[in-house]
Design a protein around this ligand. Structure first.
Ligand SMILES: Cc1ncc(COP(=O)(O)O)c(C=O)c1O
Length: 720
């Protein structure tokens, strides 16, 4: 194979990582570069970037066949050594399975594969390892990378480089070199291992070597680090000297005094003779690498790299607690509608409603412009009116109670279960009166209420009071959740189910909501109430003589072409075709959204479960939650802080958290207008003192997740 330079196409995986990004920076003038990220979108000047979940072979295949690269540099990897140890499945997925897919997709194509491996494939006892030395990883990271090497070797034209790197990150995180520099610049003392030796190489030096290796069409396995080695302590001193900083701030320590989750080798220096001889190129020493690192710093390369920004409009440094995931299909769907005849009251609304009804297993769906509107028309359709009572949970967004007030009714709050944080059925039992017109159970965070019990209580009470009590499930959090093997939205235990499509929810339409029902008459009412109370359905007209005209040939009378009637007082709560097109496109990703959230939740659970001052979410066996929210309960007193300070500290570290919820009955509006007060719902109030929702959304990258974990663990560990 011949590489022709500028015309050739280079695919880099892991483009948002340190090496991927630095390689893009180096190669972008020499090649047409396409960089793949998993879920951490980056835009880099001069190259194309795109998302690819490498755990889906189809996605890998699509990226390769679309771009048709001549070279792939596979940098994507789970590099956090301790995470690999605690989450071996994740390490296998990212370091082995993704590599296998890449190799398999390259088969039959003229592609050179370059695999970035690690010095951790050696056992770290003797050091100065040559490529012939036996591999014997001390930790799962090394093991999984070694397994990845085996995968890549199945492609004949492959090159494996075992390395250890430092450089300038695009993301708000620090490689070893950056960390040492920032601490010393801030005048802070640091501790560095005096007994861990390595041959770390500067990323842009490594890029130059890869460039030469590509041009010489090198294949095989090579060590590719600095030509010499030093301890991490000496490395820090060298940085201090080169950047003219105070080296006395650096304290030598022994790794023996540290207990890491994963074992680490002490002697990981590399013998790089084989690569030097094959390429006829002298690899840089550590001093030379640090010198290049310093010179690039003087030229502002670190700032330039960080200026390459995330695609999202939010500041790159903040991980939101919840946000939308929009891809190019969503954008295309919206643009297609903008180019069509109908922006509103067109076909997309029906399509969206049908898709949701069919998925949830309900007969009808009526889409509206928000979850709040959906709750309002559901209450109106239920006949909620002045002097009625509507029972709901205090642990919800205010809209779940406001919908009753809009209809002139009085909201009644039933306290929550201390495990699920959902309304207790016995509270509903206790609070139903002759005035109760509706019950609005809220499936908090995606976990269903005990609907079977609630539904049988309501039936009993209907008999007792000889009244009709409508159940409206507030399922705004629960699209895709299951309760007793039935999807939220099926209306199996209720009259209507309401959902929201606000951007933090599972799928979004910007703003939007829906009411699902199996009841024909409720459906007809809902359709009218969403649009001014107007109907143009013949059976619903009051004034038939005005509505209908007999045609000349004496057939059945027809509705006059201009005619409609307002038969109720409705609203303009219509959703647009633009929104529904987005909703449909989002809906096609629901499964992925759900799976990604679950992956993150599993990771969070394993990271937080053992911390004494944290309580992870309880999961009822009857439910399979979609995890709209991931709420931790903290013992802030034990941790020695308060929630506001805790949240501020997280925010300063780039992590947004949120409180779900301030109990609704304690809101001034309810206290002042309905006489509710603190003390009414003690469980919800106690829960409120301790709850904090962690970031959870499908666009979080694994490194975002690890950042949250390490910060929260750091702030709470050691608290008994
Ligand atoms: C439980 C619950 N109900 C109702 C709503 C209101 O939905 P929307 O924001 O779409 O009006 C929300 C929104 O956050 C919610 O969380």
């Amino acid at each position: 194979m011949t590489i022709n330079g500028p015309k050739d196409k280079l695919l880099i995986t892991g483009i948002s990582g340190l090496l991927g990004n630095n390689l893009a920076c180096y190669f972008k003038d020499k090649y047409e570069v396409f960089g793949l990220y998993n879920s951490h979108p980056v835009t880099i000047k001069g190259i194309r970037t795109g998302s690819c979940n490498m755990l889906h072979k189809d996605a890998v295949e699509q990226s390769i066949s679309e771009f048709d690269p001549s070279v792939i540099i596979h940098c994507a990897s789970l590099t956090n050594v301790d995470t690999c140890e605690t989450d071996k499945e994740l390490a296998d997925s990212l370091n082995v399975r993704a590599t296998r897919y890449l190799t398999e997709c390259a088969v039959g194509r003229d592609i050179k594969l370059i695999y970035i491996s690690t010095d951790s494939v050696y056992d770290g006892t003797d050091g100065n390892f040559s490529e012939d030395a036996p591999t014997n990883p001390l930790n799962y990271y090394g093991l999984s990378k070694l397994e990845g090497e085996r995968e890549i070797k199945k492609n004949k034209n492959s090159l494996i480089l075992r390395t250890n790197i430092f450089g300038w990150n695009i993301q708000e995180k620090n490689s070893l070199g950056e960390w040492i520099l920032s601490e010393l610049q801030a005048g802070r003392e640091i501790k560095c291992f005096k007994d861990v030796f390595f041959s770390s190489i500067y990323t842009l030096e490594l890029a130059r070597i890869i460039d030469i290796a590509i041009r010489k069409d090198l294949t095989g396995t090579y060590n590719c680090g600095a030509s010499d080695s030093c301890s991490k302590y000496e490395f820090a001193q060298k940085i201090a000297d080169r950047f003219n900083l105070d080296r006395t701030l650096i304290n030598p320590i022994s790794i023996d005094n540290f207990k890491f989750t994963a074992n680490r080798g002490k002697q990981l220096s590399l013998d790089v003779n084989k690569l030097e001889n094959t390429l006829d190129y002298k690899l840089p020493s550590i001093d030379q690498s640090i010198d290049a690192f310093y010179k690039d710093f003087r030229c502002g390369l670190n700032t330039y790299i960080r200026e390459n920004s995330y695609e999202s409009s939010k500041p790159a440094s903040l991980i939101p607690y919840g946000t939308q995931y929009i891809d190019k299909n969503d954008i295309k769907a919206v643009v297609d509608v903008l180019r069509s005849d109908r922006l509103t009251q067109g076909p997309k609304i029906n399509d969206f409603e049908n898709a949701l009804a069919e998925y949830c297993g309900a007969k009808y769906a009526v889409a509206v412009n928000s979850g709040t509107s959906a709750l309002h028309i559901a209450c109106l359709a239920a006949g909620v009116k002045e002097n009625d009572e509507v029972i709901t949970s205090p642990n919800t967004f205010v809209a779940s109670a406001n919908c009753a007030v809009y209809c002139g009714a009085k909201p009644i709050f039933g306290d929550i279960d201390t495990d699920t944080y959902n309304i207790l059925p016995e509270e509903i039992d206790r609070k139903i009166t002759a005035q109760t017109r509706a019950v609005v159970p809220v499936h908090f965070a995606g976990q269903s209420c005990d609907m079977e019990t609630i539904s049988s209580i309501v039936k009993m009470k209907e008999k007792e009071f000889n009244s009709r009590i409508v159940i409206i499930e507030d399922s705004c959090h629960a699209l895709g959740s299951l309760y007793k093997d039935k999807l939220a939205g099926s209306c199996f235990y209720s009259d209507m189910v309401v959902m929201s499509f606000h951007p933090v929810k599972h799928i979004t339409t910007g703003e939007g909501g829906i009411v699902l029902t199996n009841n024909d008459s409720l459906y007809r009412k809902l359709v009218r109430l969403r649009s001014h109370g107007i109907t143009n359905t013949p059976g619903e007209f009051i004034y038939n003589e005005q509505a209908l005209s007999s045609t000349a040939d004496n057939k059945d009378p027809e509705v006059n072409p201009w005619y409609y009637e307002q038969v109720d007082l409705g609203h303009n709560y219509r959703i647009t075709d633009i929104q529904c097109a987005l909703g449909l496109s989002q809906f096609s990703k629901l499964r992925f959204f759900r799976e990604r959230r679950r992956e993150i939740v599993n990771r969070y659970n394993s990271a937080f479960r053992d911390i004494g001052s944290i309580q992870v979410p309880y999961e009822s066996k009857e439910c399979d939650s979609n995890f709209h929210l991931y709420v931790l309960l903290f013992d802030f007193k034990k941790i020695g802080t308060d929630r506001a300070s805790f949240m501020h500290e997280l925010k300063n570290a780039g992590i947004q958290t949120q409180v779900h919820y301030i109990p609704v009955h304690t809101q001034p509006f309810y206290q002042m207008n309905f006489g509710t007060s603190w003390g009414d719902c003690p469980n919800a109030e106690k829960y409120y003192q301790r709850c904090l929702s962690m970031p959870l959304h499908p666009s979080m990258s694994n490194s975002d997740v690890e950042k949250v974990i390490s910060k929260v663990r750091g702030m709470t560990e050691g608290v008994k």
